[in-house]
Write a protein that binds this ligand. Structure first.
Ligand code: E4P
Length: 221
């Protein structure tokens, strides 16, 4: 069970990394476009410097040749760069080539059901990303999709690891792990929310005030 940070914003990635619970990072073109402007390679290198694990970087070209060229560029930046390939027919061809012929790790992205994850895994994907928030938006049960993919991994003997992404709230994180996701990738804002509980805050304050009172009255030195 692992947590990744879903961000291309280096300040958020740094804050998340300091918490000691983050073992990887996922970016996408929309996240990269909304982060601080600047050289993309430099930004990915900054992320790699603070995250110990894999960092996913997504291709945007829609042709097989174009995706392979982008993938080769990203993969040359660092061994920990995982190339994100969107689920489509051209993508399947690219996944197979990268994983089986070029020894490049692939995260297949933008997936909404277990037919897609099955195809990605048969093509050789290391990571399969299910977009929980978007699946839920369409009225489907993302837990079922995650559980089906976990079952396919077992049944097909695949090496793939399930990444649950598109997190909208802490309930999504909780349910995704319980449904069988190996990894949840989350925006930074859900990390403080994961540990917040008003009774915890109250209890900490109650203990501190009892201690402060006792110090003041001299009953503890
Ligand atoms: C996962 O790798 C994606 O970056 C991601 O979680 C996208 O989710 P969203 O665009 O639905 O928020």
């Amino acid at each position: 069970m692992e947590l990744f940070i879903d961000s291309a914003d280096i300040d958020e990635v740094r804050k998340a990394a300091r918490l000691g619970v983050i073992t990887g990072c996922t970016t996408n073109p929309k996240l990269a476009a909304s982060a601080e402007p600047g050289d993309f390679r430099k930004r990915v290198e900054e992320i790699l410097a603070v995250i110990d694990g894999p960092v996913s970087v997504e291709v945007v070209d829609e042709t097989v040749a174009g995706m392979l060229a982008e993938a080769a560029e990203y993969a040359s930046w660092d061994d920990r760069v995982v190339v994100k390939i969107p689920m489509c027919l051209e993508g399947l061809e690219v996944i197979h080539k990268l994983e089986r012929e070029q020894d490049v790790r692939v995260n297949v992205t933008c997936m909404m059901n277990s037919n897609q994850t099955a195809m990605a895994m048969m093509a050789g994907a290391t990571y399969v990303s299910l977009f929980v928030g978007r699946i839920t938006d369409m009225g489907y049960d993302a837990d079922v999709t995650i559980a089906e993919t976990a079952q396919l991994i077992e049944h097909g003997g695949f090496k793939a690891r399930i990444i649950a992404g598109s997190m909208r709230g802490v309930g999504d994180i909780q349910r995704s792990f319980l449904a069988g996701a190996h990894i949840v990738t989350t925006p930074y804002k859900l990390l403080p929310a994961m540990i917040h509980h008003p009774r915890t805050v109250e209890t900490i304050a109650e203990f501190k005030s009892a201690w402060d009172e006792a110090r003041k009255s001299g009953s503890v030195g």
